[in-house]
Design a protein around this ligand. Structure first.
Ligand code: URA
Ligand code: SF4
Length: 203
């Protein structure tokens, strides 16, 4: 099973956003608070694809509003653009977690979830039709490229995928985790450097 039965044919972005809350393409909708679809202009030349909403995103219904989102916002500015100019989405639209006491611990989506949710991402990319897609981490890599990616080895260079270019970089939460450690400045600078390549290519 996948999301395709819930994705409207020949949609506008608004139609996609309105249809997504009804999706039952996999089991992740059930324990989640709400679907977290996307944010940004349908005319954006640059699309960023993350993994899945986290705890904050699940509560707010907006992508990248937690710690990773704040770091990403900063990195986008340092790379020469800003959040409002790009289209932000995720490979998987519902938060997957494990309940431990009162805490909800983030759990990576399986390949089955990535594939089930893929019709949404496909439809979004068709509607927005960006010049460049930035892939944030391995889950997004699997979703966008349809194969296993090695972020460390592939990051930072533009790859041609049909009519558009794709650039892999680290997920901002991997950089957030390094905060306060000696590796942080380099990891943050590398993320900004990768985003800069994408921002320039998107024009
Ligand atoms: N991490 C993601 O991959 N996506 C979000 O929306 C937030 C955090
Ligand atoms: Fe549908 Fe994706 Fe949510 Fe699964 S994660 S229910 S496929 S929107």
């Amino acid at each position: 099973m996948d999301a395709s039965a819930w994705v409207p044919a020949d949609p506008t972005l608004e139609e996609l956003q309105h249809a997504a809350p009804d999706c039952r393409g996999c089991e992740l909708w059930k324990p989640a608070t709400q679907v977290v679809f996307s944010e940004g202009p349908p005319t954006a030349r640059l699309v960023l694809v993350g993994e899945q909403p986290g705890d904050h995103e699940d509560r707010d219904g907006e992508p990248f509003v937690g710690p990773a989102g704040r770091l990403l916002d900063e990195a986008l500015v340092d790379a020469g653009t800003r959040r409002e100019r790009v289209y932000l989405t995720n490979a998987v639209k519902h938060f997957r977690y494990e309940q431990r006491g009162k805490r909800r611990i983030h759990k990576k989506p399986d390949v089955g979830h990535i594939e089930a949710c893929h019709p949404w991402l496909d439809a979004e990319l068709e509607v927005v039709d960006p010049r460049v897609v930035v892939v944030l981490g391995a889950t997004a890599g699997r979703a966008v490229l349809g194969r296993t990616v090695k972020v460390g080895a592939e990051r930072g260079t533009l790859q041609q995928l049909d009519a558009r270019q794709v650039l892999l970089t680290t997920h901002p939460s991997a950089v957030v985790r390094l905060r306060g450690k000696p590796e942080f400045p380099e990891a943050y600078a590398a993320l900004v450097g990768d985003l800069q390549v994408a921002v320039r290519a998107a024009g």
